[in-house]
Design a protein around this ligand. Structure first.
Ligand code: ADP
Length: 184
């Protein structure tokens, strides 16, 4: 499913983000940036050691990546030329700034992509795996944040949410339909 936002195509698809050919794919990383499970492990496995080398360089220069921030590396062997690494919040019940930090992870990922002249970007569902953010709460925040950004900035031409599991796709599809109903 897709919607046009400003002049940008915003689409949802079910699949594996490592196979996307957008200019960048976003990694739901952790602050240490040394790889991990879930989508992080899949991206490092598919992209090879060049990504980890870039991550180590960044950590040695600026230390751990704070929650809600984003950095960019090469895409190694991926079709995407770049990986944007961001750290979503761990869910602690919702009263520890989780919504703001989740929105920030999406916003900073878009911002660094624009700064690097990128035109297309793919996101996974940040924080809803190991980090435990409830899917029904995360999906509208993810979509609202991206839509708001696209309404202010026209340089990105395509945003794709690549959702690994059917229930994740369904939650995002419902949230997108609620935010931008299909006009008859
Ligand atoms: P977090 O630690 O931010 O919760 P996870 O990687 O544990 O990150 O989970 C985030 C989402 O990414 C989950 O919905 C998970 O199913 C999904 N995911 C796992 N592997 C992939 C993949 N190859 N492509 C896209 N999404 C993936």
């Amino acid at each position: 499913m897709y919607r046009l936002v400003n002049k940008t195509k915003l689409s949802l698809l079910q699949g594996d983000i490592t196979r996307q050919s957008t200019d960048a794919i976003v990694n739901a990383a952790n602050s240490g940036m040394m790889g991990g499970g879930g989508v992080d492990g899949a991206i490092h496995r598919a992209g090879g050691p060049a990504i980890l080398e870039d991550c180590k360089q960044i950590i040695s220069q600026q230390g751990r990546l704070p929650t809600g921030e984003a950095v960019i590396t090469s895409g190694g062997n991926l079709q995407a030329k770049h990986v944007v690494h961001t750290v979503g919040p761990v869910w602690h019940g919702g009263l520890s700034s989780e919504p703001e930090l989740l929105a920030s992870a999406y916003r900073q990922s878009l911002r660094i992509s624009v700064e690097n002249g990128l035109k297309s970007i793919s996101f996974p569902s940040i924080s809803t795996g190991a980090y435990g953010y409830p899917l029904k709460l995360a999906a509208p925040i993810a979509l609202e944040t991206v839509i708001d950004f696209l309404n202010r900035d026209e340089s990105i031409k395509e945003v794709v949410f690549v959702l690994f599991e059917d229930k994740t796709y369904q939650a995002y599809a419902r949230a997108l339909e609620a935010l931008l109903p299909e006009t008859a």
